[in-house]
Design a protein around this ligand. Sequence first.
Ligand code: AMP
Length: 539
Amino acid sequence: MMQTQLTLTTMVRHAEKYFPNKTVISRTLGGVQTIPYRKITERIHRLAGVLKNLGVKKGDKVGTIAWNHHRHLEAYFAIPSIGAVLHTINLRVSPDDLAYIINHAEDKVLLVDEDLFPLLERIKDQISNVEKIIMMTDKDDLPETSLKNVASYESLLQESDPDTALSEDINENDMAGLCYTSGTTGRPKGVVYSHRGIYLHSLALGLKDTAELSEEDTAMPVVPMFHVNAWGIPFAALWFGTTQVLPGPMPTPQILAELIEEHQVTIAAGVPTIWLGLLQALEKGNYDTSSLRCILCGGSAAPKGMIRAFESKYKIPFVHAYGMTETSPIVTLARLKSYQRDLDEEERLELRARQGMVVPGIEIKGVNENREIPHDGEAVGELLVRGPWIADSYYKNDRSEDSFRDGWLHTGDVVNIDEEGSVKIVDRTKDMIKSGGEWISSADLENALMAHEAVFEAAVIAVPDPKWQERPVACVVLKENEKLTEEDMKQFLEPQFAKFWIPDRVLIMDEIPKTSVGKFLKRALRDQVKEQLSLSDPS
Ligand code: AMP
């Protein structure tokens, strides 16, 4: 067989040749615009020219600090297409981590949204390796900034050659992307994506049994483009000629509902927090969401009650998926096998709330004390993953060995796997609660609490206990105008769990602290609860 290289430049060429009339709908501070792929691919060539003129060479890192919009999409392709590395930077990290990430990656050029300049201004004296900052704005004149070496994206593009050649000299194993994980402990760790990994992951997104992404779709990645490449959707979508709706800066649930209705979105992707918000918007407003054939939900466990609400009330098919920054991210997806569709509704829901079946191309196993766990839906072990779009180390990081051993990525997620091969994440290794020597899954309790119709969201954590070592405490946020007591919540859980699983306390809160990508920040929650309960620190 031919050894053609699996690179992003092939994707750009394919889109410009076969899908010039398909469109990207992009929301920016200036409004919503519809741009044909013809224009997008021309601008990719122009941006490639701009970067070459700035002296960006093969292997150089170009950072982006940006929302989901067409300019970010152009950067997604232009940077790797000249052999440089697209470094998507999480705009919600602390100033200290932001400086660390930019320095650790050795970003030479940064592409930054106009409204995100203040983030950079705060750390301007700490990022001396950055030679040029390009402002992404709709405005003709550059707004005032204290940063030096700033240029306007649009002016540079206008002056650049639309026929700039993309690089022919790219090996499929070359670095194409770099993304730092928003780890809840320690410094962020960099994950490198190769051209080959992105290419194969994109193909996987097109499979009928995965996201089934195709030319026919209108895809709206709500998951940020700085979080695992918006789950790879922008890459696959441009390649497949899929219409894209990029929801721009701080999209509210109302904005998302409007975009879905107006642009007939067929598939939207994001974390559960986004979909909880959308549910509330749908309950309040009268939106037509009948175009949606799939909500793809991952990043944290999708509560069963939420899946039920979308499917029964709004007739929107909901697909639960699992992955990590280290895995590009798709690893598993919860779809029923053909013969499971005859099961009764509750059983089907139970299966679809699991994280699901491994996608073709990736291998997994659950391991407990060096032994592979049986597929019986009971035994628990750490999930190990390997495959062509799984990272094999962290970028320039000595701690890599803990996670990458014996040819497998050790995910830190505790799972059981049922007879059909469907994975269920029971917990993060570090979030499991050990009470009197027995394990309690915080994820199972959270799922049960969130199935209560008055509950907006719930997180369960371990608190130190003199007798049992650890005991669960639940933190619950109620929906607007709901009034439930701690006792009500406990009574609700009692018939569902063994007695020792029932949380000692159920604290009703206004808000649960979240990570920069919308996941429960359990470390901060533990501190908050400790303070609230005046617990002493076990250490
Ligand atoms: P990140 O690298 O920030 O995307 O985080 C990856 C982690 O998120 C995984 O290791 C899991 O702990 C968690 N995660 C991702 N998807 C799911 C899911 N569908 N259900 C439960 N946890 C998930």
